[in-house]
Design a protein around this ligand. Structure first.
Ligand SMILES: [Mg+2]
Length: 418
């Protein structure tokens, strides 16, 4: 059996851990630059706030119903996610972190999966304050479906056995894991509307409609494991860091700061994975929805020697930016892409090595250790800028309670705001 543990309304739940007066009240969390609702408490869902609803469209509704609105606090969510996973892995050593709030767990060695699910829920709630739902099934696809049903029934956990096909007969194909809009349309033409229809459909028709992937989904619904638990994620080929600005940016200097920050963040990501990059792309663009003159451009460069050195990547990124920057435009977005990543330990160095590298390596290590001890952004390169007024809007972000010493909650300060 496989379990899918999914945190309920995860971002909202994280906010509630540190502001318990938000329990049983409508709460939403907004995307970058406070654009759209990306997490909603059940109370907010009941008010009719849809996933992805632009905030400016629901602002009145929120005010009228006293909905608490927050900017996304990714430092907090990332850290809480890590805590949840560290508890889950005590129960099932074979697991796959599927997303920030979902993990697949292998229950192969476990006698009573339902009892384990119950214990997992209770422990995660007690130790982190995060409510989770657990779906159990013979395959990943069925575990995912069981999870959905557990949430709908407010049951906390639910197990789907192979033989219980009647339970899934009413589920629409579009709600089956891995079936997108396009496949749904094709299946509709074949009169395949429910999960049950999909189970009973002849395999050749399924292959024709959605290739091997859909065939795999069908087998999984039958209880045949086709999608394995991936403990070690596939190494990424590219990494991209980009963001829309909190306001439009016209100055080269401000763009340089933004690109420097993206370059450093992208490099942090690959260093964590133990990769080096063979190339680098920088892109900038204006806001395509505005009526102002439009310009966008990108430029790519390959490295003679693959690198994970933030200083080198940053200065190359700035050079590329200068070569594509044009004065007189209002830029909305900039980004850095690291290309063709390779595992660092498989790389054979150049014959003629630059011996300054060793010193630089120590500097980078020192930067990293300061930041891991005292919080991200404690020490940074001057090129990243100090004020960063161009940075994205997060006007309603709560403190980074668990990752920053200066923002740790203090007793007496956490009472309900009037
Ligand atoms: Mg979730």
């Amino acid at each position: 059996m496989i379990a899918l543990a999914d945190c309920n309304n995860f971002y909202v739940s994280c906010e509630r851990v540190f502001q318990p007066w938000l329990n049983e009240r409508p709460v939403i969390v907004l995307s970058n630059n406070d654009g759209c609702a990306i997490a909603r408490s059940n109370e907010a869902k009941r008010l009719g706030i849809k996933m992805g609803a632009p905030y400016h469209q629901i602002k009145d509704l929120c005010q009228k119903n006293r909905v608490s609105v927050f900017s996304s606090n990714y430092e907090l969510y990332g850290d809480m996610s890590r805590r949840v996973v560290s508890i889950l892995m005590r129960f099932a050593p074979e697991y796959e972190v599927y997303s920030i709030d979902e993990s697949f767990l292998s229950l192969e060695q476990i006698h009573d999966p339902v009892r384990t699910a119950k214990e997992m829920r209770e422990t995660v709630l007690k130790w982190t304050g995060i409510p989770i739902s657990i779906g159990i099934g013979p395959t990943k696809t069925l575990a995912k479906m069981a999870n959905r049903m557990a949430k709908e029934q407010d049951a906390g956990y639910l197990m789907l056995k192979e033989s219980e096909n009647s339970l899934i007969s009413s589920i629409r194909v579009s709600d089956v894991w891995g079936i997108g809009r396009k496949i749904e349309e094709r299946l509709k033409k074949l009169k395949i509307l429910t999960a049950m229809d999909l189970i009973n459909a002849p395999a050749p028709a399924i292959r024709k409609a959605g290739g091997v992937q859909l065939e795999r989904t069908q087998k999984e619904l039958h209880g045949m494991q086709c999608i394995k638990i991936e403990q070690i994620p596939e190494p990424k080929k590219n990494v991209c860091c980009s963001r829309s600005f909190g306001r439009t940016v016209t100055d080269l200097e401000e763009l340089e700061e933004a690109v420097a920050n993206h370059a450093v963040r992208a490099t942090q990501k690959i260093r964590k994975e133990g990769s080096i990059t063979c190339g680098l792309q920088v892109f900038i663009m204006t806001n395509r929805f505005s009526k102002e003159p439009q310009y966008s451009n990108s430029r790519t460069v390959g490295f003679d020697e693959p690198s994970d050195d933030p200083i080198r990547i940053l200065s190359t990124a700035k050079e590329l930016l200068r070569s594509i920057y044009r004065k007189g435009y209002s830029y909305k977005k900039a980004g850095v892409l690291l290309l063709n990543l390779q595992p660092r330990d498989q790389y054979q160095g150049l014959l003629f090595k630059d011996h300054h590298n060793e010193k630089k390596g120590r500097l980078v290590e020192a930067l990293e250790s300061i930041n891991s001890r005292h919080g991200t952004g404690t020490a940074f390169l001057a090129a990243q800028g100090i004020d960063r007024t161009w940075d994205m809007k997060r006007n309603r972000r709560t403190p980074r309670y668990t990752t920053n010493w200066n923002e740790i909650p203090t007793i007496g300060n956490n009472f309900e705001p009037s």
